[in-house]
Ligand binder design. Structure first.
Ligand SMILES: Nc1ncnc2c1ncn2[C@@H]1O[C@H](COP(=O)(O)OP(=O)(O)OP(=O)(O)O)[C@@H](O)[C@H]1O
Length: 887
């Protein structure tokens, strides 16, 4: 057996092998060790191989899905190996012949379909990258086999990572040569375990067309548009992987849809992470913008919302088409409520359809389609006779076009309570199939028929205590007390009653009639199941015939859900419909940050303070404005920066926005540099990360971009930082000419307003009362004169002694007037240093023993608090120490 395992494992080396043995999937060797570690199951051993114990671990078949889920989540792939022949067949080959086994399915993160493994609100994209020689730009193709969605796009080297992150796939297939391309190394490193290198052959562009045509059952791809060879390579790769993992099952793919690069707002990887659109920077959905705005009531709706949020549009007409649906449903309260309650509980039609198509579906999936069809009809009725905006009109049309006859057929065929698996039977309702009803009647009538037979036999034999019973060994039998048993073994009765067993106090018999009845009952059960299985296949076939129509209907349901959800959100949260046009305007009146606002509300803290933002080209100017935002720590600068970026995203995804009024001239690229984090894995310090991201912005932002920059240059010395921030602001203004907000603690930069005409100074207001600062969170014209860092440090709980010392240092620094006075002056002025130095100098002057000079230096060192020193001050202190030693 272990030889069979080794052979199958060798063909699936990069997967954990689930090897079916009875009611368990067993894992052996290192697979067993990995599984035991990941799943917390017991590691045992079974036999020996090459003189060593074979490690083994197993999971029960009935609970395999839960274990699969954990292994997939941990980034593993699993090959499920089943028995592929009847044990009886194997026996025919010889007593010891092993039952044939083979891999029947490869489970990988991007190819799962199980309802309990999938998240209902998230798509499960499998993505492939392709790039052929002679074509510079890599292409992407991605499929969600749980719904059949199939997309493709052309990317570019520098934006490959951001494009991949926008799609947010569960698995990324990469041709081996691209995986080894040093230029793309950082992309694969950033993707980590998601990237799955595969042999180049999988991505052969020449054979890709045929493969895709075969899967889509078409003779040519021409009808779907012209694809580049790189696109074909990516599409071929992703389709080949689906075929490989699904091992021949028919995948219900929809025709490939091309996404034009310029049609979506470009959001680079760092921006996407820092804005926490669909996940927080910690990776969780909780606390993301998506979580806060999601009011959808169905899984497909939640997925569509996430998709729209991840890829806002850049065509005003397409945006407005979506926005009009939201505005309409916002006004039509009653209709919206009705739609939402009808949508609640509508099952996930596409996922059910996909499972049926892959041969992994069951009666409940048919039930889901039955229910989705009847809900679709109900929703279409609700929308009938209403004057709808264009997008909703198309949705209504799609719902009207849903195949009524399939709904009726399923309605008639299916019972109310449905089992998970077809082989469990009992899912076809009564009066659907005569033969089935007859067989069922026979099976269920058996009790009555047996009771009648028992009464007749008791009368005939005059044995009142005669019973007909059943057990697994004998099946049905007649039982009489021993005292009567002999009667049945003599005379005429002997011919009729066939002796089966003698017990201590009873004897058991059967008759030809009873045996007949028994086999009829057993057959009836089997026959009923066979009829049901055939009906199941017929129903699945009929449903799959209508795949295209059902898919369009499912999309319509998702669109209704998203539009109604965004309308509900806008209504409850009091958002406004932004004006969208092709200008360079950016006007937000009373804008809010939806996530911070929700958090403040949840904490029952202060109300969120709304703020205006105007980045439209100032009078007479051709390019947008640059706001230089100063203000205290904790004043709300980052919140303000982010909220304006989020408003642009929400506006361009077609939603209403958290403001009282907004006009957004299309933004084509959005960049943000907010918050600092190091990237130790890639050997980059915090400052380095900041500079790399700033470089990306300065090199890419154009007139139509929106840029938000938070505290550029804080990770280095004051002068260096200020110089970089200064030059960056000038570059943004003069060269990039984009709309931008630049937050900084370098108050010196406010002087730039004198030379840069489109730059305006704004500040977060604070009030000082009895030495305390009160953050007003209000943005107003002008510049801040200080950062209130020490006050914020107090709020954070820094020790009192440190705060007192910091205040003294600050006072001296401010009195000095310069931004970084020489540390020498400071040391002289501030008591701790001067005391330490004086002590050291005294001790050296009095010709103290070297030990005491040493101690004096130690005392000086004790007096230094490195956190309080700027790099320059630190250097000066060092010289000072050296000087003391020289003296
Ligand atoms: N407009 C607002 N209304 C009410 N509270 C706000 C507002 N903006 C920010 N806050 C509150 O102030 C906190 C700090 O905001 P934020 O992080 O934006 O400040 P900051 O100026 O960027 O601080 P730092 O300079 O220290 O990074 C937020 O967590 C939030 O609780």
């Amino acid at each position: 057996m272990i030889e069979q395992f080794i052979e199958i494992k060798a063909a699936n080396a990069d997967s954990l092998l689930f090897y079916r043995m009875g009611d368990f999937y067993e894992l052996f060797f290192t697979d067993a060790e990995v599984a035991a570690r990941t799943l917390g199951i017991t590691l045992t051993k079974r036999g020996q191989h090459l003189g060593r114990d074979i490690p083994m671990a197993g999971v029960p078949v009935h609970a395999a899905n839960d274990y699969l889920q954990k292994l997939i989540a941990a980034g593993h792939r699993v090959a499920v190996c089943e028995q592929v022949e009847d044990p009886a067949e194997a026996k025919k080959r010889g007593g010891k012949a092993l039952v044939r086994r083979d891999v029947t399915r490869l489970v990988t993160p991007g190819t799962i379909t199980e309802e309990n493994i999938l998240d209902p609100g998230e798509p499960n994209w499998l993505l492939a990258v392709g790039r052929v020689k002679g074509e510079e730009k890599p292409a992407l193709a991605w499929i969600d086999i749980s719904t059949g969605a199939f997309r493709t796009a052309t990317s570019a080297g520098e934006r490959l990572l951001s494009d991949i992150l926008r799609i947010d796939p569960r698995e990324v297939l990469v041709p081996q040569t691209l995986f080894e391309d040093p230029d793309l190394r950082p992309t694969w490193d950033a993707l980590g375990r998601l990237a799955n290198p595969q042999p180049n052959a999988l991505f052969e562009s020449a054979s890709a067309s045929d493969r895709i045509c075969r899967v889509l059952s078409v003779s040519t791809l021409d009808g779907f548009g012209q694809f580049s060879r790189s696109e074909l390579s990516a599409m071929g790769g992703v389709v080949a992987w689906v075929e490989k993992t699904q091992l021949g099952a028919r995948v219900p793919l929809s025709p490939p849809q091309r996404e034009e690069g310029a049609s979506t707002l470009f959001i680079d990887a760092a921006t996407r992470t820092s804005l926490e659109l669909t996940r927080t920077s910690g990776g969780s959905r909780e606390g993301s913008l998506l979580k806060v705005i999601d009011r959808t009531v169905t899984g497909p709706g939640a997925r569509l919302l996430a998709e729209r949020l991840a890829a806002p549009l850049t065509d005003p007409e397409r945006i407005l088409r979506r926005q009009r649906s939201v505005t309409f449903l916002r006004q039509e309260n009653a209709l919206r409520d009705g739609l939402r309650s009808a949508l609640r509980g509508v099952p996930d039609l596409m996922r059910a359809l996909s499972r049926l198509s892959l041969g992994r579906g069951g009666p409940r999936d048919l039930g889901a389609i039955r229910m989705a069809l009847s809900s679709g009809r109900e929703l279409a009725d609700r929308l009938a006779d209403v004057e709808l905006p264009e997008e909703l009109q198309s949705a209504r049309q799609a719902l009207h076009a849903l195949p009524e006859e399939i709904g009726d057929l399923l309605g008639k065929a299916l019972a109310t309570d449905l089992p998970l698996l077809a082989r469990d039977g009992g899912f076809v309702g009564e009066a659907f199939d005569e033969e089935l009803d007859a067989q069922r009647a026979l099976a269920s009538d058996s009790r009555r028929v047996i009771a009648v037979m028992q009464a007749e036999l008791a009368e005939e034999t005059a044995i009142k205590t005669l019973k007909i019973r059943h057990n697994n060994m004998l099946g049905y039998y007649i039982e009489v007390p021993s005292s009567h048993g002999l009667k049945l073994t003599e005379g005429e009765a002997k011919a009729r009653f066939i002796h089966r067993q003698t017990m201590s106090n009873a004897m058991r018999f059967t008759t030809t009639e009873l045996a007949d009845l028994e086999s009829r009952i057993a057959d009836a059960g089997g026959r009923a199941l066979a009829i049901e299985t055939a009906i199941f296949e017929r129903l699945v076939g009929a449903v799959l015939e209508e795949t295209e129509c059902l898919r369009i209907g499912a999309e319509a349901l998702a669109i209704l859900d998203v539009s109604a959800a965004l309308a509900e959100l806008a209504d409850i949260e009091n958002w406004c419909a932004p004006t969208i046009d092709g200008s360079l305007a950016f006007e937000v009146e009373c804008g809010r940050h939806p996530v911070v606002e929700a958090a403040l509300r949840a904490q029952q803290g202060d109300a969120f303070i709304a703020n205006d933002c105007t980045l439209s080209p100032p009078q007479g100017a051709k390019a947008g404005a640059l706001w230089l935002l100063t203000g205290p720590n904790m004043g709300g600068k980052s919140t303000f920066l982010r909220q304006n970026a989020l408003i642009a995203i929400l506006a361009q995804m077609g939603a209403h926005v958290p403001a009282t009024r907004a006009t957004i001239g299309i933004v084509d690229r959005l960049f943000s540099r907010v918050g600092a984090s190091d990237d130790l894995a890639r050997g980059r310090s915090t400052f380095m990360v900041e500079m790399v991201e700033t470089a990306a912005i300065l090199n890419q932002a154009g007139e139509r971009s929106l840029v938000i920059l938070d505290e550029i240059g804080r990770g280095t010395s004051t002068f260096d930082g200020l110089s970089i921030a200064w030059a960056t602001a000038e570059h943004l203004h003069e060269t990039n000419r984009c709309r931008a907000i630049f937050a900084t603690h370098f108050h010196e930069m406010t002087a730039l307003a004198e030379t840069l005409p489109r730059l305006a100074n704004v500040t977060m207001r604070v009030k000082e009362m009895e030495g305390e600062v009160i953050f007003l969170h209000q943005v107003g014209k002008g510049a801040a004169d200080r950062s209130y860092g020490v006050q914020v440090a107090r709020l954070a709980g820094l020790p009192k002694s440190v705060l007192a010392r910091a205040r003294t240092v600050l006072e001296r620094l401010e009195a000095g007037g310069a931004s970084t006075p020489g540390a020498g002056t400071l040391i002289d002025d501030l008591p701790l240093f001067s005391a330490a130095i004086r002590q050291a100098e005294n001790e050296l002057a009095s010709d103290a023993a070297p030990a005491s000079a040493h101690e004096a230096l130690l005392a000086m060192l004790d007096g230094i608090n490195p956190d309080d020193l700027s790099p320059r001050e630190a250097l000066e202190t060092l010289y000072r120490l050296k000087d003391v030693r020289r003296d």
